[in-house]
Design a protein around this ligand. Structure first.
Ligand SMILES: Cc1cc2ncn([C@H]3O[C@H](COP(=O)(O)O)[C@@H](O)[C@H]3O)c2cc1C
Ligand SMILES: O=C(O)c1cccnc1
Length: 356
């Protein structure tokens, strides 16, 4: 098991992403025009098939290997009363992922995805159960209202850990997250990245009451005030890394690293909800080409997700009022993608069906 005992170099973040094959896209568009249906009648499903053609470099793409990595970590900011659940739930859920009882585990089984559960750093040993990969980068993050969430070395390790879990031969990658209080961390990262007011980016997460919501807003404001000087004057890529270091979570940074690595390895990504989309925004700010390799699974009910999606010019496949995380919204979209590719591959053309 990779323990990331050395601090990884961060130059890899800027390696250009893989090229999308525009010829394969054009061939897939031509095929769509010949299938036995009115042009455009399969709506966004047509676009999905064309996108995968470009990603896979063939006019008739197929999904063979689905990789799902669920990254878990504790958050020091949980001490600010920002979640409806105690921090210990993170480690308990790690065991539940490994046992196959979590929502995303059900969806992974149904879609035929290979699920990896990655504990990046929790304060409780409950997360150290069979079937879980433990990287133990740190005992969670520090409370960002009082200190930077993590050191530069831990950030580098978390980004590399995320990349480590994207196999180059995947047809698609889904990243999930688990970390009580991470909607607060994601809101803070988003507010800093996009220059938003705390009040417009915080939502109820696991279902906090008004007191909890107000505690989230205060925590985000305090985090921004305390740490903004650290990224002031930095360029976009360095500023984004500083924002992740000061306000992020180990699992959020891992998602960012995973998305960048996926785009470099020609692996398309299905992005999940609010937290995953904030990680995607960070990835695009660090390496803009990453945007070409992302498809958005769903619109989360978490306040703030709609804004992040708009900033990414993203149009998610589903809108089911889900607000769970774990990668569950992305995994719900995977069967839609599988069906889009099956229609593209298996429908008859007008010529094959003998239309005059
Ligand atoms: C049992 C349980 C299972 C979950 N699975 C994902 N989350 C989700 O909720 C957390 C974020 O919400 P907040 O910021 O309000 O704590 C994350 O861990 C997220 O993935 C869960 C939360 C709970 C309680
Ligand atoms: O959209 C999400 O990612 C989300 C929303 C609420 C709780 N956990 C995750």
């Amino acid at each position: 098991m990779t323990q990331f005992t050395q601090t990884p170099d961060l130059a890899w973040l800027h390696v250009p992403v893989a090229q999308v094959d525009t010829n394969a896209r054009a061939a897939a568009e031509a095929r769509q025009a010949q299938l036995t249906k009115p042009p455009g009648s399969l709506g966004r499903l047509e676009q999905v098939a064309v996108d995968f053609a470009g990603w896979q470099g063939r006019s008739v793409p197929a999904i063979d290997r689905i990789g799902l990595a669920v990254f878990a970590a504790d958050h020091g900011v949980a001490a600010q009363g920002v979640s409806a659940f105690p921090q210990s739930v993170t480690a308990q859920m790690v065991a539940n992922f490994a046992a196959g009882g979590a929502a995303v585990a059900v969806l992974a089984r149904r879609a035929g995805a290979n699920m990896t559960v990655v504990n990046l750093g929790t304060v409780s040993a409950t997360a150290h159960v069979p079937g879980v990969i433990n990287h133990d980068l740190a005992a969670g993050t520090a409370d960002f209202t009082e200190a930077p969430a993590m050191s530069q070395a831990t950030l580098a390790k978390a980004l590399a850990a995320g990349a480590h879990h994207v196999a180059p031969n995947l047809s698609l990658f889904v990243g999930g997250e688990m970390g009580i209080a991470n909607t607060t961390s994601a809101a803070a990262v988003y507010a800093a990245l996009a220059g938003r007011e705390a009040a417009t980016v915080v939502g109820r997460g696991t279902g906090v009451n008004d007191t909890g919501l107000s505690a989230k807003q205060t925590a985000v404001e305090r985090g921004l005030t305390r740490h903004a000087p650290a990224w002031a004057g930095q360029d976009q890529a360095n500023g984004t890394q500083t924002i992740l270091r000061c306000l992020g979570g180990l699992e959020i940074a891992a998602l960012t690293g995973a998305y960048i690595a996926a785009a470099q390895r020609s692996v398309p990504v299905v992005v999940d909800g609010f937290i995953a989309s904030v990680a995607a925004l960070a990835a695009v700010r660090i390496n803009p080409g990453v945007a070409d390799w992302l498809v958005y699974g769903h619109r989360s009910a978490e306040a703030g997700h709609a804004q992040v999606l708009a900033d990414l010019n993203a149009h998610p496949l589903l809108d089911l009022d889900m607000r769970l995380g774990e990668g569950s919204g992305a995994m719900m979209a995977v069967p839609v993608i599988q069906n889009a590719l099956a229609l593209h591959a298996e429908m008859a053309t007008f010529a094959e069906a003998g239309f005059a």
